[in-house]
Each structure stands twice: as structure tokens, then as C-alpha cells.
Design a protein around this ligand. Structure first.
Ligand code: DQA
Length: 144
């Protein structure tokens, strides 16, 4: 099974940005955590981060036909991007939305998610563990 983990804008700043919301784990530490979990459960994982909406759309499109699941934290594009929603719908790859913080309890504008409409599950407020939980959900679904 191959899973693509996509992180959107500013998630490369993890560990530096607003630790009260996002904790102190760096993006590099997050990648190590995800890779370690994927290896432990026998999943091939690819990690991708971009600050650019079109690059994120390209990456989702490139996954068509070669990826069994997508974990996506679109960062602020969660709340604005119909293009990311459409890309996920276009490829029809099972997807899980992850947010490190509890977006549904923050500002009103963070309580809107377009990508959620193309994801079969959403994990919010579990910190970086949300990513490994999302991988487990995709595995369960894949194995039926
Ligand atoms: C985030 C929440 C978003 O509102 C924010 O713009 C982010 C990170 C999260 O992981 O909690 O960049 O997606």
C-alpha cells in the first residue's frame, strides 16, 4: 500500500510557528515520525510539503493511478481552496483530512473546510499524532 502525505503552507514552519497551537515538533521530526510509523505497519509513504496551491493540486493529480491513500493537511488552504477539493474529487483516492490544532474550536473562518467534502474522515486536535492515526484509518479501509 502506498500513501501520500501532503502538507500545505506554513507546515514547514512547525516547531517555530505558534507553538501554543501547533506544538514544538518540527516538520523534520514530523517526517521522521510518519516514516517510522509507516515502516512499522508496512506501508510505503511519500511526504510532500508546499506553500503553493497549484503545486498541491499538481501533486494530487500526479497521485492518480499510483497511490492508495492520501493524508492531507492543507493548512490555510483548507478554508479557501475549491481547487484542492476538486483535485481530490478528480483522482477519487481515499483521503483523510488532518489538522494539528482543533480547528473547529478556533476562529470562525477555520471552521470551514472545503477539502472535508472529499475526505472520508477528519482528525483535528490530536497534534502530530493525527497523521499516524490517518495512516491507520487508510490502512483499515484498504484492507477492508
Ligand atoms: C492547520 C489549521 C489551519 O487553520 C492553519 O491555517 C494551518 C494549520 C492545523 O494543522 O491545525 O496552517 O491546518
Amino acid at each position: 500500500m502506498k500513501i501520500l502525505v501532503i502538507n500545505g503552507p506554513n507546515l514547514n514552519m512547525l516547531g517555530i510557528r505558534e507553538p501554543e497551537h501547533y506544538g514544538k515538533t518540527t516538520y523534520r521530526d514530523l517526517c521522521t515520525l510518519i516514516e517510522g510509523h509507516a515502516a512499522a505497519v508496512g506501508v510505503t509513504v511519500e511526504l510532500y510539503q508546499s506553500n503553493h496551491e497549484g503545486d498541491l493540486v499538481d501533486k494530487i493529480q500526479d497521485a492518480y493511478g499510483n497511490t492508495d491513500g492520501i493524508v492531507i493537511n492543507p493548512g490555510a488552504y483548507t478554508h479557501t481552496s475549491i481547487a484542492l477539493l476538486d483535485a481530490l474529487k478528480a483522482v477519487s483516492i481515499p483521503a483523510v483530512e488532518v489538522h494539528i490544532s482543533e480547528v473547529d474550536k478556533r476562529e470562525e473562518f477555520r471552521q470551514v473546510s472545503y477539502v472535508r467534502l472529499a475526505c472520508f474522515a477528519t482528525i483535528t486536535g490530536h497534534g502530530v499524532n493525527g497523521y499516524t492515526e490517518a495512516i491507520d484509518l487508510l490502512r483499515e479501509r484498504h484492507e477492508g
